[in-house]
Design a protein around this ligand. Structure first.
Ligand SMILES: NC(=O)c1ccc[n+]([C@@H]2O[C@H](COP(=O)([O-])OP(=O)(O)OC[C@H]3O[C@@H](n4cnc5c(N)ncnc54)[C@H](O)[C@@H]3O)[C@@H](O)[C@H]2O)c1
Length: 395
């Protein structure tokens, strides 16, 4: 019984993009995992052996874990009383004024508190506003003091292959939380790095902000090139050719999704909204769809033209539309009453059509998400192809 209890984990937000693959990985190491989530539809899907969204390698792992009875999804929070570890992976959004929206996150711990026992090991895994761990510790410490912060650092969609290779940061409010969390993650990660809580909080936000700013540089270069009718991808390739210092300059493209902008703004809010690089990056990245439409309007009369947007997801090989700039692009085109068609390889709705029909019916085709399926597209030369990613193979 004791051994069973030591191998039991609740994952809160267990039907989400971080919680679900994490739960699967632990279940594959013979932990008994309870995925706790409010999303009833996804719970149903998981328990019937269907993955709720695209996540490489998750389908076979789910089938196996269900067969071994190592995983179960539920919406019952009180299931936490049966497990030793509680890992919290719920969302940490920002408000429209770009401040962290902390109420929902903190209220969750108010709801959890009556269920906490002295021996629970409570692990926060969401990306949080610095200092929140301390606030939560104050809230729950009369019931349980074993609170740790172990941020998730995977790239969405690749958790299962990536997590075992990444180093895992472990920080906590007491020795037991740190030791137990370290032992737990050692079962699935190669290297554990012990840090202070504030260090782990900042490592996570700095990493996302760094990527966000980095991508914005290429997006700004893309805009400069477009304004001069030049091809940024060609220039980028020359920059990198035989010149190592430029190797890491990223492709241009829509820098979107639920993490990079949000975490850059959490960081800015922490720094009194003085993270000027972050704000400039936001202006560039979020402004790219509007820039593209304005640039098109300058060069072409769009009145009787049809624009086809290929790829609606926020990045390649995902069905996730959260904070997608492709969706923003469609909205801008439609608000200007420009005839717009849309297609995606993985996300289907009443408004999406097959890529071949889109290509046939559109005068202008924009690659908004670089799904592999678009790499070798056959597009008639009379049509205008806009490839912000510099991704489509040039003939
Ligand atoms: N998506 C990523 O690639 C990624 C990577 C690293 C870190 N993160 C961070 O991880 C956190 C979660 O992100 P995500 O992308 O998995 O979000 P998500 O929306 O995909 O998943 C969150 C899940 O939590 C559930 N949930 C919300 N409140 C709940 C509650 N009170 N009780 C039970 N379930 C609840 C939701 O129904 C949802 O299924 C965020 O802080 C995010 O910044 C995300």
């Amino acid at each position: 019984m004791n051994n069973l209890f030591n191998k039991s984990i609740s994952v809160i937000g267990g039907a989400g993009h971080v919680g679900f693959p994490l739960g699967l990985i632990f279940s594959s190491k013979n932990f008994k995992v309870t995925l706790i989530d409010k999303h009833k539809e996804n719970i149903k899907k998981i328990n019937s052996g269907n993955v709720p969204f695209l996540e490489e390698g998750s389908q076979s792992l789910l089938k196996l874990s269900l067969k071994k009875k190592n995983i179960l999804a539920t919406n019952q929070l009180n299931e936490v009383i049966k497990t030793k570890y509680i890992i919290v992976c719920i969302g940490t959004p920002i408000t429209s004024s770009l401040n962290p929206s902390l109420k929902g996150f903190i209220n969750f711990f108010r709801e959890l508190k009556p269920l906490l026992k002295k021996n629970h090991v409570l692990i926060i895994r969401s990306s949080i506003y610095p200092g929140i761990c301390d606030q939560i510790y104050k809230l729950i410490s009369s019931k349980c003091q074993n609170l740790s912060y172990c941020p998730e650092r995977i790239v969405q969609g690749k958790s299962i292959s990536e997590l075992p290779k990444l180093s895992q940061l472990v920080s906590g409010k007491n020795k037991k939380a740190i030791i137990e969390s370290g032992k737990l993650f050692k079962t699935i990660c190669k290297k554990i790095i012990f840090t202070e809580v504030i260090e782990a909080e900042l490592v996570k936000l700095f990493s996302n902000a760094y990527r966000y700013v980095n991508f914005s540089i290429s997006n700004q270069f893309y805009m400069i090139c477009k304004s001069q009718n030049l091809d940024f991808e060609k220039i980028r390739s020359i920059m990198r050719d035989g010149y190592e210092r430029n190797t890491n300059i990223p492709m241009s493209g829509f820098t979107a999704g639920p993490c990079l902008l949000k975490d850059s703004m959490q960081l800015s809010s922490f720094y009194d909204h003085k993270f000027s690089l972050g704000h400039s990056a936001m202006k560039i990245n979020e402004g790219l769809p509007k820039f593209m439409v304005n640039d098109l309007e300058k060069k072409i009369n769009l009145k009787n033209k049809t624009v086809g947007v290929l790829g609606l997801a926020f990045k390649a090989e995902t069905d996730d539309l959260r904070d997608s700039l492709a969706v923003k692009l469609v909205k801008i085109l439609k608000s200007k009453k420009i005839k717009t068609l849309q297609s995606d390889e993985y996300f289907k709705s009443k408004e999406t059509i097959d890529k071949k029909i889109l290509i046939k019916k559109s005068d202008i085709i924009i690659i908004a998400a670089p799904h592999k399926a678009y790499k070798k597209l056959k597009i008639n030369k009379q049509k205008l192809l806009i490839d912000i990613w510099g991704f489509v193979e040039k003939k």
